[in-house]
Write a protein that binds this ligand. Structure first.
Ligand code: FES
Length: 111
């Protein structure tokens, strides 16, 4: 089990949930009411599932594919710790994972 912490874009809200290894982060987020649209349902065509991973946790995740990197380049509020949550499957043995919602989830025209 991984303890996943979701932090709201402005940092004011924190939600902690447990999820099993192999669970897809986008599914965990949506099941818990996090504001990730995931419009393309993991087809890597939308980037509305963008999250910002905690710096230390980032290195514990399998690396992003080139396609994911390319799509992230187009996402709003992207940082070097950005990932597409539809491409993250919780690795076995990961105790904690903290991710923050990007600002765009509050302000859709904020480009
Ligand atoms: Fe569309 Fe992740 S859900 S890229």
């Amino acid at each position: 089990m991984t303890l996943v912490r979701f932090i709201s874009a402005d940092g004011s809200e924190v939600q902690e949930v447990e999820a099993p290894a192999g669970a897809r982060l986008l599914d965990v987020a949506q099941a818990n009411g996090q504001p990730l649209e995931g419009t393309c349902e993991g087809q890597m065509a939308c980037s509305t599932c963008h999250v910002i991973v905690d710096k230390e946790d980032f290195a514990k995740l399998p690396e992003a594919s080139e396609m994911e990197e390319d799509l992230l380049d187009l996402a709003a509020s992207v940082t070097r710790w950005s990932r597409l949550s539809c491409q993250i499957y919780l690795p076995q043995g990961l105790a904690r994972l903290t991710v923050r919602m990007p600002d765009e989830s509050r302000n859709m025209q904020g480009r």
